[in-house]
Design a protein around this ligand. Structure first.
Ligand SMILES: *Cc1c(COP(=O)(O)O)cnc(C)c1O
Length: 393
C-alpha cells in the first residue's frame, strides 16, 4: 500500500508508528532504553530482535526507525540506517564493508572530510585507494581492477558542481563486482535516481536539505536490506554513530516538506543562474541546469534539473568576491547548504582553505569563486539582491 503512494504522500505519512495515544504528529521517543515485562522477555529480545522490538537507542529507536522508513520510501531503497552526522554515514558506509588489502577507486573532488576518510583513515588500515578525475571515464576504466571492492564519489561535486556519470561508472564497477557508493547530497533525495542509475549504497548528510532549516546534524545510509542490516548496522551500533531520537524527529518533520522546498529552491536556482549568465562582473556562472554546463546532459538525465546550488566566479578574484558577499542583504554568509535561507560561501578561504594552492587550481576553486545555496525566499528578491551586490563590486 505505502509503496504505491506518490512521493508527497509517502513524505507525510510514510513510516508512522503511533503510540497508544494515537498522536497526530510523530512522537519523539526520547529514551535510551526500553522496559521488558519479564526477565524472560529481556532474554528473548537479546536473542532475536524483531522489527518493532527495541533494546537500546544505539541499536534502534522508534523515532529513528520512523525516519529510516520514510527516507527509504523516498529513495526507493530497501532499507536505511540513520547516523549522527553525514560524516558518520560516509565513514560507516565505507568502513563497515572494507578490510586491509581491499582496493577502492574514488573521485578526487570530494568534501574535505570525505577526502580525509578515503586518503588518511582507510589507507592507515591497509586499504588501497586510487584517486581519479571523476568526470573522466578513461581514468575510472584504468583504475578499476578485478579486485576492486568499491568505488566512491559525490554525484555532484562541491563547490564546482561537476556531475559524474553514475550509470557509466556503475557499469565499470559492476563488471568487476565492486559496490557503487555515492554521496548524493547535491542531487538531493527529491531528484535522486541513484538506484536506477546503478548505485548500490547512497549516503546523505541529512544536515542539508533533509533538515532544510539549519538545526541538527544527521546522516543516513541507504541500500539493500542485506547491506544495511548485515554490514552497516553491526558496525554502526557497536561503534556509536547512531542518530539521536530528537534529531531523527527533526529530520522526519523535514522530510514532510522536502519535496515542496527543494523543488522551489531548484526552480529559483535555475532562474538566478539564467539571470546572471553573461553578467559583466562574472567570469563564470556554474550551474548544471544551464545548457553551457559541461555535464548538462548527464545532469538532466540523472536528476532532471540542476539542483539547489550554483557557483559564481567573480572577475577580480578574492577582493571582488568578498565585496559581493558583504553587499548581499538576503543571503547570509555561512558554510551550510540546502537551508531555507540562502547561504553564500567563499570556498577558497573557508571550506577549502587548507587545500594546497595547486590543488585548488586543479579543482577550479579560484579566488573569485562563490558558492550560492539557494533558499526558499522569493526568487525575484534573490535576483535583485544578487544584482545589487554585483553592482557594489
Ligand atoms: C555536508 C556534507 C557532508 C558531511 O555532512 P555532516 O552532516 O556535516 O557530517 C558530506 N558530504 C557532502 C557532499 C556534504 O555536503
Amino acid at each position: 500500500m505505502t509503496e504505491n503512494w506518490n512521493t508527497r504522500t509517502k513524505l507525510v505519512h510514510g513510516g508512522i508508528r503511533r503510540s497508544q495515544y494515537n498522536e497526530v504528529a510523530e512522537a519523539i521517543f526520547l529514551t535510551q532504553g526500553f522496559v521488558y515485562n519479564t526477565a524472560e522477555q529481556a532474554e528473548a529480545r537479546f536473542l532475536e530482535t524483531g522489527p518493532d522490538e527495541f533494546i537500546y537507542a544505539r541499536y534502534g529507536n522508534p523515532t529513528v526507525a520512523m525516519f529510516e522508513e520514510r527516507i527509504a520510501l523516498l529513495e526507493g531503497a530497501e532499507d536505511a540506517f540513520a547516523t549522527a552526522s553525514g560524516m558518520a554515514a560516509v565513514n560507516g558506509a565505507v568502513t563497515s564493508m572494507l578490510k586491509a588489502g581491499d582496493h577502492v577507486v574514488s573521485a578526487k573532488a570530494l568534501f574535505g572530510s570525505c577526502l580525509y576518510i578515503l586518503e588518511e583513515i582507510l589507507t592507515r588500515y591497509g586499504v588501497e585507494v586510487t584517486f581519479v578525475d571523476g568526470t573522466d571515464l578513461d581514468q575510472w576504466k584504468a583504475a578499476i581492477r578485478e579486485d576492486t571492492k568499491a568505488v566512491f564519489f559525490e554525484t555532484v561535486s562541491n563547490p564546482t558542481l561537476e556531475v559524474i556519470d553514475l550509470k557509466a561508472v556503475a557499469d565499470l564497477a559492476h563488471a568487476v563486482g565492486a559496490l557503487v557508493v555515492v554521496d548524493n547530497v547535491f542531487a538531493t533525495p527529491v531528484y535522486s535516481k541513484a538506484l536506477e542509475n546503478g548505485a548500490d549504497v547512497i549516503v546523505y548528510s541529512t544536515t542539508k536539505h533533509i533538515d532544510g532549516q539549519g538545526r541538527c546534524l544527521g546522516g543516513v545510509i541507504l541500500g539493500s536490506k542485506e547491506f544495511i542490516r548485515g554490514t552497516v548496522e553491526p558496525y554502526m551500533k557497536h561503534t556509536g554513530g547512531s542518530m539521536s531520537p530528537f534529531n531523527a524527529w527533526v529530520m522526519l518533520k523535514g522530510l514532510e516538506t522536502i519535496d515542496l522546498r527543494v523543488r522551489a529552491q531548484s526552480a529559483s536556482a535555475q532562474a538566478i543562474a539564467e539571470a546572471l549568465v553573461g553578467h559583466d562582473k562574472l567570469a563564470r556562472v556554474i550551474y548544471p541546469g544551464l545548457e553551457g554546463h559541461a555535464q548538462h546532459a548527464i545532469a538532466i538525465e540523472q536528476m532532471g534539473q540542476g539542483g539547489t546550488v550554483l557557483s559564481l566566479d567573480l572577475k577580480g578574484g578574492q577582493e571582488a568576491a568578498f565585496r559581493f558577499l558583504n553587499a548581499l542583504q538576503i543571503a547570509v554568509i555561512s558554510n551550510n547548504l540546502g537551508d531555507a535561507k540562502s547561504i553564500v560561501t567563499h570556498p577558497a578561504t573557508t571550506t577549502h582553505q587548507r587545500l594546497p594552492e595547486e590543488q585548488k587550481v586543479h579543482l577550479g576553486i579560484t579566488p573569485g569563486l562563490v558558492r550560492f545555496s539557494v533558499g526558499i525566499e522569493d526568487t525575484g528578491d534573490l535576483i535583485a539582491d544578487v544584482k545589487q551586490a554585483l553592482d557594489a563590486v
